[in-house]
Design a protein around this ligand. Structure first.
Ligand code: ATP
Ligand code: MG
Ligand code: MG
Ligand code: MG
Length: 437
């Protein structure tokens, strides 16, 4: 992508409305624009990150055996009356009436919709187990939308739902999602910690929030330091028994403030290992048994011919919260530092003297070669001065910068900079190409 033809409204100054660094940087880097309170336009640069994150979530869901579908954003109130949640959900739910006077709503979550679907489609125990998920926009009329997309009113969520014959089987589905979440977030460069959590309006009796530690987080959390240093499991066989992995992660203390027991924390965690910090909730998994399948009569025929009420769980990831969470975890004074896996472009190519024939030619040549090798490149071919170009590139946070100017070219060299470390080296354009590909 050539910057001169891109749509990237960079802000030079800090926007006043942004209270936390990720919000500030997302606005400055031209990733998002507010349309109204808690509702955002995803500008091209931000949209690329959102898509990358969505794709990682999708790949890890698929790997864990979940199946993707797409449910609508607008739901009938009737199914929520069936589950008993229509009146309970309160003002966070955006309620709509259609021209026929039918009560509808913009879905804040999809337990009812998927339970209705599954009830009407699954007939026998042979149709189990299943985990179905979608990645779809949600609306919650948050009391205090703030921090940009971190707490939006309209936001993108991956929500998955499991259906099993028994509580024991449901636990296996829960474990699949538990392990896949650790892997999903690690791929984005995040250290997530599963913490015992309250179930809230979703209900149920087993639940973990996946938290990343950040000073700007809205949750107060407590955990054993070892959990912060434990790497996510590798080479997982999702058909194998995963209870050992889950046991390993849940045997050490980790709880959000709702579930925190100070005496237990003090007893179980040595003082030098006690982490008491703030965190961002990026995912949340629930096992809620028959909470929805019971009132909604989601049943199948069991092996003995009798009808069995299904056991379910639900599994959310805050897809549109993640770009902000990643920036909170990965930035410096100059701007964003994207982990390679979610970076909107892999390389930023900087032309130090646009209009100089030799520099233009060298840039165009390397730009073409990098793209032919399959890399996403943002080429700054504008006639801004060099200082401004450097500042913008650092702000945008692409993993690699290649800087080309007339001086270096005289000795056949370009400069390559790793954004995360600031390390620079000079080399020939061919060497730069070989290094990056
Ligand atoms: P929070 O405690 O932040 O309000 P929640 O517990 O209400 O979140 P869940 O119902 O558990 O949210 O939804 C699953 C995931 O969706 C959350 O873990 C979070 O990452 C994301 N999410 C929830 N609300 C928002 C929001 N208003 N804006 C962006 N992401 C959100
Ligand atoms: Mg909430
Ligand atoms: Mg929560
Ligand atoms: Mg939650």
């Amino acid at each position: 992508m050539k910057l001169s033809r891109y749509f990237l409204p960079i802000l030079r100054d800090d926007p006043k409305e942004a209270e936390i660094v990720s919000h500030r940087l997302m606005l400055r880097a031209g990733m998002i624009r507010q349309a109204s309170a808690g509702i955002y336009v995803w500008l091209p640069f931000g949209f690329r990150v959102l898509k990358k994150i969505e794709q990682i979530v999708r790949e890890e869901q698929d790997r864990a055996g979940a199946i993707e579908l797409l449910m609508p954003t607008i739901q009938l109130a009737d199914i929520w009356r069936e589950s008993g949640r229509y009146d309970d959900y309160g003002q966070e739910m955006l309620r709509i009436e259609d021209r026929h006077g039918r009560d509808m709503l913009y879905g804040p979550t999809n337990e009812e919709q998927i339970t209705e679907l599954f009830r009407d489609s699954a007939k026998s125990y042979r149709d189990l187990p299943r985990i179905l998920y979608h990645i779809q926009w949600k609306f919650r009329d948050e009391v205090r939308p703030r921090f940009g997309v971190m707490r939006g009113r309209e936001f993108l969520m991956k929500d998955g739902y499991s259906f099993d014959l028994t509580a024991e089987d449901a636990r296996k589905s829960y474990n699949r999602m538990f392990v896949s979440y650790l892997r999903t977030f690690e791929r984005m460069g995040l250290t997530s910690i599963p913490m015992a959590a309250e179930t809230g309006p979703i209900g149920g009796d087993l639940s973990h929030e996946f938290i990343i530690l950040a000073d700007t987080g809205e949750s107060e959390v407590f955990c054993h330091r070892d959990l912060v240093e434990t790497p996510a499991p590798k080479d997982v066989d999702y058909d194998a028994d995963l209870s050992g992995i889950v046991e390993e992660w849940t045997s050490k203390y980790a709880a959000t403030s709702d579930m925190h027991d100070h005496a237990q924390f003090a007893r179980e965690v040595p003082e030098d290992k006690q982490v008491s910090a703030r965190g961002i909730e990026i995912g949340h998994i629930f096992y809620f048994g028959t909470k929805y399948s019971d009132p909604m009569r989601c049943r199948v025929q069991g092996p003995d011919g009798n009808l069995v009420t299904l056991h379910s769980g639900s599994y959310g990831i805050g897809v549109s919260r993640l770009p902000a969470a990643i920036i909170e975890a990965s930035h410096d004074d100059a701007g964003i530092v994207w982990p390679d896996t979610v970076a909107p472009f892999f390389v930023g190519l900087v032309n130090l003297k646009t209009g100089d024939a030799q520099t233009d030619a060298a840039c165009e040549d390397l730009y073409a070669k990098l793209r032919n090798a399959g890399l996403d490149v943002l080429y700054d071919d504008t006639d801004e001065r060099a200082g401004a170009k450097f500042a913008s590139m650092d702000l945008l946070g692409l993993p690699w910068q290649v800087i080309i100017g007339p001086k270096g070219l005289k000795s056949g060299e370009v400069e390559v900079k790793r954004r995360a470390t600031g390390e620079r080296s000079t080399m020939s354009p061919e060497e730069a190409l070989n290094m990056l590909v």
